[in-house]
Design a binder for this molecule. Sequence first.
Ligand code: ADP
Ligand code: MG
Length: 352
Amino acid sequence: MMEANSRTELSALGEFGLIDRLASRIQLDQPTSVKGIGDDAAVVAPSIGVDGQAEHQVVTTDMLVEGVHFDLGYVPLRHLGYKSIVVNLSDVYAMNATPRQVVVGLALSNRFPVEAVDELYEGMLLACRNYGVDLVGGDTTSSRSGLVISVTAIGSAPKADIVYRNGASDKDLLVVSGDLGGAYMGLQILEREKAVFRDSGAQPDLDGHDYILERQLKPEARKDIIELLKKLGVRPTSMIDVSDGLASEALHLARSSGRGVRIYDEKLPIDPSTYNTARDFNLDPTTCALSGGEDYELLFTVAQSDFEKIKGNPSMSIIGHMTDAASGYHLVDKQGGSHELKAQGWDALLQR
Ligand code: ADP
Ligand code: MG
């Protein structure tokens, strides 16, 4: 999906020409970005907290592989660039930290013209601007099989603020931001329209699915939730971002913390467009919310004493609570029946 009419071969610029071209569009804003593109390594100074102490740094990396994580048949490169940054920032926020720098590794096949790399970078740089992070370096190499994007994000936070997966206590409330299952249903729409196009040449009909398509193609990291919790004076006891599906992430929190967990089906936040699309596809909306993945919401636990501070907040839903380890992992259905909570993942969903 390239809009550009002109095509400049990568070989016309060469690796260094391409890097120069990318670097010329990059501007550094973080005071801790001492040296960006142009030397053997970027230089990043430690962040200093309000107490004058050096903050802890958090580092996370994610790799996106063409044909595995994305399909250029329906993902515009600008969106792909945006998403590749956002999914990394989501991991930094999930530590209750602030992202400050990213480095970007690219493996490009000569199928890509320079204009395609420009579009990819446009999306990446837009995400960097929106979240206030600097792109301080990367690596560029060739690929024989397709596009590979590897992004590493660096963030920081006062030591005492960092939230791990393993801090949940018995009876802590389980809370999730936003709503679930939308990104997965957006993907189903894109896959369906791709198949229609392949079989009949008909133009894709994406009307009326704006919300779930945006959830899939242009997700946002929940920076706002981290800020909101600080404002409310709530420090989560454990936290994780929802990339593989709620069930899987809830099990991570429970197992890391040595606890059990109970999730209530009727409490799961599902947008009406997600719900209706799931029904159109003969899928169970609850299953989509539990196992769909790529929602990039934050899942966290808070002490019961924080209930008053978060109850009724439209940005988050209390969906359950932690239990002692011996109680196990449960999903309580709308009739009150209890089922074992399992991380089905995408495969199970696709086999339905
Ligand atoms: P080296 O040979 O020392 O690895 P490179 O030629 O790979 O150096 O990189 C030169 C500079 O360009 C470095 O600052 C590196 O971080 C930056 N760089 C290379 N590729 C990219 C990219 N895709 N995006 C951003 N910066 C890049
Ligand atoms: Mg290099």
